[in-house]
Design a protein. Structure first.
Length: 145
């Protein structure tokens, strides 16, 4: 049985660390804004096992003019569960949550290899690629809600 529910920031670390910060200390999985009241974290479970996570922050990006913006961050699915629709379920959950919050726009910094995944979900690239030190090439992606 698969289900998604809201979790605490620290609970995301068991998936963020091996997927987004391999070889780095677990404290590198704490992101600015993780514990703000306007931030939400979601975990996708198969039975009792946390296999995917995503976080959403109320945050504006200067490339966009809409007032109610939300940023997706820390999207991660354990390797053995990737390419099975888990990530899509997490994104749909976040989109629903943002609609409930009266959000107008979702944006995030997508790793280059994740761009096709997000494009299939109707997200668009804005601007040129950029580098995040020790992580790699990224693109700002967005979708109006």
């Amino acid at each position: 049985m698969i289900f998604i529910h809201q979790i605490e920031a620290e609970e995301t670390f068991s998936v963020r660390q091996p997927v987004l910060r391999p070889g780095k200390p677990v404290d590198s999985c704490h992101f600015d804004g993780d514990n703000l009241g306007t931030t939400a974290h979601f975990g996708l479970y198969e039975h009792d096992d946390l296999i995917g996570v995503v976080s959403v922050y109320k945050a504006c990006h200067p490339l966009f003019s809409k007032k109610e913006q939300y940023q997706i961050r820390g999207m991660a699915v354990l390797p053995e569960f990737q390419r099975k629709g888990i990530g899509e379920q997490l994104v749909k959950k976040v989109e629903h949550y943002i609609k409930e919050q009266k959000g107008e726009l979702i944006w995030f910094n997508a790793r280059e290899k994740a761009v096709p995944f997000y494009q299939k979900l109707d997200y668009k690239i804005k601007g040129d690629s950029f580098e995040i030190k020790e992580i790699g090439t990224h693109f700002v992606m967005h979708k109006s809600i």
